[in-house]
Structure formats: C-alpha cells, structure tokens
Design a protein around this ligand. Structure first.
Ligand SMILES: *Cc1c(COP(=O)(O)O)cnc(C)c1O
Length: 384
C-alpha cells in the first residue's frame, strides 16, 4: 500500500503539553495534586461554572452524577437510542431504568417533540446527548423538564466547544458531563469531567470519586491541620491524575483552534459531497448554534452507492483509510433487549440511521491533502 493508514480520528498533543507531562513525572507528584487543581479552575473559568470535577472518564462522570441524583430502583431516565453504550449502562448501574425517545432523523438528536409523551410518574431525569457536537434544542427541553420537576443531565461527551444560542454547552442548565477520551474534541488520555451549578451535586460527586472521603467533615470535628479525614459513604476511585491534567490544561487552551479546524474540514466535506447521490449529509437545525464537529457522520444511500455501510467501511480500510461507526442502536444490544424488552421497530428513525451512518476522517491535525485523499478514494470507489 503506497499511502500510510489515515485514522478517522487522532489527538493533537502540543510540545508544550508533552513538556508539562515530563515536568509532572519528574516533580514527584503524579497522582491528584496541583495540576488537577489548576485544571479544575481552568474548567470553571472556561464554562463560567461554580463547580468542575475532573474524573477518570465521562463514563464515571455519568455514573456518579446519576448516583448523586439519588435514583430509586425503577426510576426512569429518558435518553436517546443513538449514543454510546455508556450512556445507558450508567443509568442501569445507578439503579435507573432507561426510557428511550427516538431521534429526529435530520439532527440525529433526541426528538424534543416526542419527549413529553415519554414522561411518566417514575421519570426523574432527562439525559440528552449532543450528538456529534450538534447541540440539542435545550430551551424546550429545559422548559418541559422544569414543568415536570425533572433533573437534566446532559451527556456532552461530544460537545466541549459547542454553543447553543450564543452560550457554551456547560455554561448554563443543570449538569453536564464531558469526555476527554483521545477521540473526543480534546483529550487527557482517558478522562472526563462533570460541570454543575448545584453545590450538593458537586459535594456528593467529590465524595463518590474518592473513597467517600469528606475533608469538610474532619474540619467540622476540629481536626484541621492534620492529615485526617472521615469516610461518609462507600466511594469509588475515579479521581483524575496530575499526569492527565497536565495534558488537559494545554488542550483546553488549544480547543478553540481545534474547533475552527473541525469546522473547516466539515464544511469542506459538506461542499465537496453536496451533489453526491451516495450520501445524505448532516443537516443543521434553524436555531443559532456553533457545531463542534466531534465526528462527521453522513448516511450512506445504499442503492446509489452500490454497497451498504459495512461494505463501505471495509472498502475504505482496504484503501488505508479508517472510518468509524457511531453508533449501533443501543436498544438492540442483547443486554438491553433482554433486560428491558426492547425490539427491532421500537425506534425506527434511530434504527435506520444506525444502519447507514459512518464517521469519515476528521481531526484537527488533518491536512487538506489528507482530506482530498478521502474524497478521491470515495469517488473511485463509487464510480468504478
Ligand atoms: C465517549 C462517550 C462517552 C464515554 O466517555 P469516556 O470518557 O470514554 O468514558 C459517553 N457518552 C458518549 C455519547 C460518548 O461518545
């Protein structure tokens, strides 16, 4: 094969970040410490939020947030079938029951028009996913949630850098979870964070992420100045390390530039592919927004393409180009069929999209030449 493998996603790590990781390793303090404290402050500033909690992953962020919302067994959490399995897995792990609302086939986000009919007396939380970095229509969502007394937990794993009506996702609303996995808009290796404006949530997640330790409790008992602490509940071990935060501090500063490049590459795809019958291209809602283009996900039109999505992905791989599948419909995985009785046909829009969706290469370090190569290979594939 003449040309190198082009992955569908690749993190951009600056020399400054690498130098800071090395400095952290040499400093003698590599677990949670001053770098995590600085990253916490940087996140609070970025989101203009009172509480930011860096964690080992967004998955643990979703899990601990739902635990801190004190679900009772059988409590319902409404989310979308077009998401990563972690969204549903953590609902179950926190004791809840996932209830799904089909997607709008144009935006690929939860169809807000269907939300209210999914609410029951057991509903506690609405958990929208900002798919691909396109914001969910949050004004009507929060209006409905408010009217029914529901909490809102935004799975913003794709959406750091996204804006809704001029405001950053994470800068308003109830609680948001962001991912810093290497494929996401910015990375800390593994990692994630919770942003909230609710002090009780923040305190509970802080306890849950580190053994159930409450340092305020020992202050109250007059032991300040010592290394002592109290265990106030059985907690997890989900704290971020300084090695990770050393990367994250730089990534957050560079994020604006990443989002600009992601938008350029997405616009390039939209323009180049606009009259290709083989694709149905991503569509945009009418409300004002900034898309962060975590992934670029057209839908293949099988008849025009002469191949289905899986065959397309295989053919691209043979030409040394990586593509991604985000996602298979979560409700059709064996566990979800068996545990909750989901079936084929339950969410027809999501099921159709999940058969046709593919993520084409898009990452901030991608060159125009690499982008042209993807277009050329696809053109040859479809026209030979
Ligand atoms: C990546 C992702 C997660 C999980 O993020 P991690 O940091 O890998 O745990 C959750 N939800 C969605 C929608 C994601 O894409």
């Amino acid at each position: 094969m003449s040309e190198e493998f082009l992955p569908f996603s690749k993190p951009s790590i600056s020399q400054a970040a690498i130098d800071d990781v090395v400095a952290c390793l040499k400093s003698g303090w590599i677990a949670t410490g001053p770098k995590v404290a600085q990253f916490t402050d940087d996140l609070k500033n970025y989101f203009n939020a009172p509480y930011a909690l860096p964690l080992m992953s967004a998955t643990t962020g979703l899990h601990l947030s739902l635990l801190a919302m004190h679900l009772e067994p059988g409590d319902e959490v409404i989310t979308t079938p077009l998401t990563f399995a972690a969204t549903l897995n953590t609902i179950v792990l926190a004791g809840g029951k996932p209830v799904l609302v089909d997607i709008d086939p144009r935006t690929l986000n939860m169809d807000i028009n269907l939300l209210e009919s999914a609410i029951t007396p057991r509903t506690r939380v609405v958990l929208p996913v900002h798919f691909a970095g396109l914001p969910v229509d949050l004004d009507p969502l929060y209006e409905i949630a408010g009217r029914h007394g529901l909490r809102v937990l935004e799975d913003a794993a794709h959406a750091i850098g996204t804006e809704y009506k001029g405001r950053r996702i994470g800068s308003f609303g109830d609680t948001q979870v962001f991912s810093f996995h290497p494929n996401k808009n910015m990375t800390t290796g593994e990692g994630g964070c919770v942003i909230t404006r609710d002090q009780q949530m923040a305190d509970q997640i802080a306890r849950l992420r580190f053994h159930g330790i409450d340092r305020q409790a020992w202050n109250r008992y007059g032991k300040s100045g010592t290394q002592d602490y109290e265990i106030v509940l059985p907690g997890y071990k989900s704290n971020m390390m300084d090695i990770q935060a050393a990367i994250g501090i730089h990534q957050l500063r560079e994020l604006g530039g990443f989002i600009v490049r992601r938008n350029e590459l997405a616009a390039r795809y939209q323009q180049a592919l606009s009259d290709w019958p083989q694709w149905t291209l991503p569509q945009r809602p009418v409300f004002d927004h900034l898309h962060s283009w975590h992934i670029y996900t057209p839908l293949i039109n099988e008849d025009a393409a002469g191949m289905n999505r899986n065959e397309f992905m295989q053919a691209m791989k043979e030409k040394n180009i990586g593509t991604g599948l985000h996602y298979r419909a979560v409700h059709l995985y064996p566990y979800y069929r068996q545990a909750f009785g989901f079936n084929l046909g339950d969410y027809p829009n999501a099921e159709d999209v999940c058969e046709r969706i593919v993520s084409l290469p898009l990452f901030p370090g991608m060159t125009d030449a690499e982008h042209d190569r993807v277009l050329d290979v696809m053109y040859t594939l479809f026209n030979s």
